[in-house]
Design a protein around this ligand. Structure first.
Ligand SMILES: Cc1cc2nc3c(=O)[nH]c(=O)nc-3n(C[C@H](O)[C@H](O)[C@H](O)COP(=O)(O)OP(=O)(O)OC[C@H]3O[C@@H](n4cnc5c(N)ncnc54)[C@H](O)[C@@H]3O)c2cc1C
Length: 474
């Protein structure tokens, strides 16, 4: 039986009083992520300030047989940074690993420590006229290490890919304290197995990421944004194909919102909500395109797309932002849905699956029918990154249904949604990861051979099973 008092004393001695938190009040914020509360015990929170302290924390815990759980901003959606009921764990927070180590604007590479927030990474790139292609609503509080560990998605995946696609190199430490590698800034290297891509998306189960080298790109100098009203998911895909023809690789976001989802935003935001269309648009699409060259005439391209789509009656109405304030107002619609969903009082099913883009209409129709079969009369909300086949589907109780009755049916709705995605060759987790919450779904998605290989990889990296156990795999 590991001696918790002894390990706490050793960690406090190594890290100092500010580097190791033990008081209940100090630990309380580490007991939650965006959705879940910790069920297990937290021995203390280690806050190493450099690589050698990370290494020592891990080695000390390893030798004492103590579970370590890495944590960035704690904004995850899958319970990945929280101890399971049966665990007593040390949380290793990256919140003091905040150095921006280098910014190279010739090679377009930035090396940052894991605890730097995503927003600070983006701001630093912008100061040098550059862009890092990861962005989402949690940018201000999530850490770059957490973004790489969860392979976060967000609004610009259609243009730049997921977080792993921005990764050039990774510095990480194994559960026994050994350094795996330093953050290589190379743009080309075909030197054997590429471990960085194993660590991206590994949700803290293989190693602790301490620093990353990220690709930068020229900062866009021109950006155009439009909102379109459409009648059906099929029309949304037709518009997507047309937008690719007209705007090409300049499309930076292609987001969809159902009428019910927007109505919920209007109801939540009250008088401050801007309603661009009379509320009869069954589906709305927000398109943003940007370019790093002033010679690309995006205004003309978006105007041409709008004209063509109206002429062919693919869209019923369109609004093009004429100023930054108007652009922000259009984005508030999309972001306001997430806020309204977060503020929903009472139980709600919140899903994050993906399907091949061409199958989005089938997915939406199947989910709607399945949901009404399980919870007749339930309001359904669809919104998300249709350009990546990642539609978030939320479902709430019908007004007349007691919460307890609805709660009893929620797991059936989750199962139906995941099964629908799998039947269309999709994924049970598009961007929020597996953590503790989707392990059963993962078992249904992967082949036995894939699961065997994943378990084998875990054993090679962490033979003692001390690093974030029970996340991704059982
Ligand atoms: C308002 C809001 C909007 C969001 N929108 C999106 C979105 O559009 N797309 C999206 O993908 N996500 C979104 N998220 C979710 C979240 O921000 C991401 O999952 C983010 O990547 C988590 O980063 P974090 O630093 O908060 O990680 P944490 O929550 O601290 O940890 C998440 C997981 O990563 C592991 N981990 C953290 N740091 C490290 C490290 N240094 N080394 C190894 N493992 C580590 C943890 O153990 C855990 O398993 C949103 C969150 C909020 C609050």
């Amino acid at each position: 039986m590991p001696d918790h008092q002894a390990i706490a004393a050793r960690l406090a001695e190594r890290l100092g009083s500010n580097g190791f938190l033990r008081e209940a009040g100090d630990i309380a914020p580490f007991r939650r992520d965006s959705v879940y509360c910790a069920e297990g015990d937290i021995i203390g929170v280690a806050r190493p300030a450099n690589l050698s302290e990370v290494s020592d924390v891990l080695a000390l815990c390893h030798d004492a047989g103590i579970v370590v759980i890495p944590r960035g901003g704690g904004t995850g959606f899958a319970g990945g940074a929280l101890p399971r009921r049966q665990d007593s764990a040390v949380i290793l927070s990256t919140d003091r690993l905040r150095a921006i180590r280098s910014v190279d604007i010739v090679g377009d590479v930035m090396v940052v420590e894991a605890g730097v927030t995503l927003q600070a990474v983006r701001d630093e790139a912008a100061r040098h006229g550059r862009l890092v292609g990861i962005d989402h609503g949690g940018a201000g509080s999530s850490a770059i290490g957490g973004n790489i560990a969860t392979n976060a998605g967000g609004n610009n995946v259609v243009r730049y890919g997921m977080s792993r696609d921005q990764l050039l190199g990774i510095e990480a430490v194994l559960s026994d304290g050994r350094l795996v590698s330093s953050a290589s800034t190379l743009r080309k290297s075909n030197a054997g197995y590429d471990l960085r891509h194993l660590l991206a998306g590994s949700e803290g189960t293989l190693a602790i990421i301490t620093a990353v080298a990220l690709k930068m790109r020229p900062q866009p100098v021109k950006r155009v944004t439009g909102l379109f009203a459409l009648a059906s998911p099929d029309a949304v895909l037709t518009l997507f194909a047309m937008a690719k023809d007209v705007l090409g690789e300049a499309i930076a976001a292609f987001e969809v919102m159902s009428q019910a989802a927007l109505a919920q935003h209007y109801a939540h935001a009250g008088a401050s909500a801007v309603q661009p269309f009379a509320n009869d648009a069954k589906w709305s699409v927000l398109i943003e395109a940007d370019a790093a060259s002033v010679f690309f005439d995006l205004d003309a391209a978006l105007a041409a797309l709008t004209e063509r789509a109206l002429e062919m009656e693919i869209v019923r109405n369109g609004i093009l932002a004429a100023s930054l304030a108007q652009r922000d107002a259009l984005w508030k619609l999309r972001e306001g849905i997430a806020v309204a969903m977060g503020a929903w009082r009472g139980p709600m099913v919140r899903t994050d699956t993906s399907v091949p883009v061409a199958r989005v209409p089938e997915f939406i129709a199947g989910i709607e029918a399945g949901a009404q079969r399980i919870v007749p009369g339930a309001p359904t909300f669809f919104f998300g990154h249709v350009g990546d086949g990642n539609i978030h589907f939320n479902l709430a109780a019908p007004p007349s249904m007691p919460d307890e009755t609805f709660r009893a049916r929620m797991s059936e709705v989750y199962r139906m949604t995941e099964d629908m995605a799998l039947s269309l060759n999709g994924s049970v987790s598009a961007e929020h990861g597996i953590g503790q919450s989707k392990r059963e779904a993962l078992m249904r998605m992967k082949t036995p051979v894939e699961l065997d290989l994943m378990a084998g990889i875990k054993k090679v990296f962490d033979p003692g099973g001390l690093l974030n156990p029970g996340k991704i795999l059982f």
